[in-house]
Ligand binder design. Structure first.
Ligand SMILES: NC(=O)c1ccc[n+]([C@@H]2O[C@H](COP(=O)([O-])OP(=O)(O)OC[C@H]3O[C@@H](n4cnc5c(N)ncnc54)[C@H](O)[C@@H]3O)[C@@H](O)[C@H]2O)c1
Length: 298
């Protein structure tokens, strides 16, 4: 059963599962949903507000949705007998890392309300596990990207702010020049470096995590990334290779709060679960492009 109030989601992406259109922080709606569709073994909790810049402008909205909403959902899950809870966490809990690649032992030092809100939910889950036995995994994704290779589901935030869809749309002539934020970072080509992880690799990790929690296997906090960083310019080159057209781009000043480089050490998850990401950057861009072309009828 899927719960989404569709503030940013789309009903046609839900597939065959029943959709309950409700706010996960609405306790009486969640009590009804757990009662109507339960019993449930566990919850995969993706719902959140997730724009860093918006979180700086509207921190109370972020704490209300991501922290208070999650606490309410965790309470409902507990009361209705769920035994496992998987949280979409984020690399943003690390802020500007002191060392690379980032391991789970790196300092938790978020630099914006979005990152802080996710680290607070991680703490809530640790406390609830200790006191009530609800087992949890907090999966700290790096840059989620790509589209379902089978088609049908792709990335379409409104407004869009993620690099790969923006670059694909710019190459296809669907938007004007792409702004490349910062070309003077201490990286080989001066642009920011990020670790792109395909959504299907993330999806598989969620299945492994919840099955493990339910069968008494490992849990806790995990990084999810490929361990390989790509600069913004490398992403634009991958888009040009896949689409076969140049990406019109113009340099723009750095955005405040963008660390130069974020690359995951996901050894802990790989070792605990035998997981191995299958999609490299070109495959990520290829699935995103195939989805965008079908969606826009290109
Ligand atoms: N996209 C990334 O690169 C990335 C990286 C790290 C972590 N994450 C986390 O992954 C999760 C999913 O992100 P996404 O990129 O798919 O974003 P998204 O906006 O596409 O998905 C979030 C969904 O949650 C829904 N939602 C939000 N608040 C809700 C509420 N209170 N009640 C019910 N539904 C609600 C939205 O309508 C939307 O469908 C988020 O928790 C995000 O913080 C994403």
């Amino acid at each position: 059963m899927v719960v989404d109030d569709l503030r940013a989601g789309r009903a046609d992406f839900v597939g065959d599962a029943p959709l309950v259109r409700a706010d996960v922080g609405d306790r009486s709606a969640m009590d009804r949903a757990f009662g109507d569709y339960g019993p449930f073994d566990g919850v995969l909790h993706f719902a959140a507000s997730l724009s860093v810049s918006e979180s700086v402008a509207k921190p109370l909205d972020y704490y209300a949705n991501n922290v208070a909403g999650s606490a309410s959902l965790i309470g409902a899950a507990l009361e209705h007998g769920a035994r496992a809870f998987v949280l979409s966490s984020t690399a943003a809990v690390y802020g500007t890392p002191e060392r690379l690649p980032i391991t789970e032992r790196s300092r938790i030092a978020p630099i914006n309300p979005y990152g802080r809100s996710k680290s607070m939910v991680e703490r809530i889950l640790a406390d609830v596990q200790s006191s009530h036995g609800l087992r949890y995994a907090a999966l700290r994704y790096f840059n989620a990207s790509g589209a379902d290779p089978a088609g049908g589901i792709g990335e379409c935030h409104d407004p869009e702010w993620h690099l790969i869809p923006l670059a694909l749309e710019a190459a296809a002539g669907l938007r004007p020049k792409l702004k490349l934020f910062g070309s003077d970072y201490p990286t080989p080509d001066g642009t920011c470096i990020r670790d792109y992880i395909h959504v299907s690799d993330l999806a598989q990790a969620h299945v492994l995590a919840i099955e493990s929690l339910l069968s008494g296997g490992p849990g806790g906090v995990y990084n999810l990334g490929t361990g390989r960083g790509h600069s913004n310019r490398e992403v634009l080159s991958a888009v040009e290779r896949v689409v076969g057209l140049p990406v019109p781009a113009e340099p723009a000043p750095r955005r405040p709060g963008d660390p130069a480089e974020l690359v995951a050490d996901a050894t802990r998850f790989r070792n605990d679960f035998g997981w191995q990401p299958r999609f490299d950057l070109d495959a990520i861009v290829d699935t995103a492009w195939r989805w965008l072309s079908a969606w826009k009828g290109l």
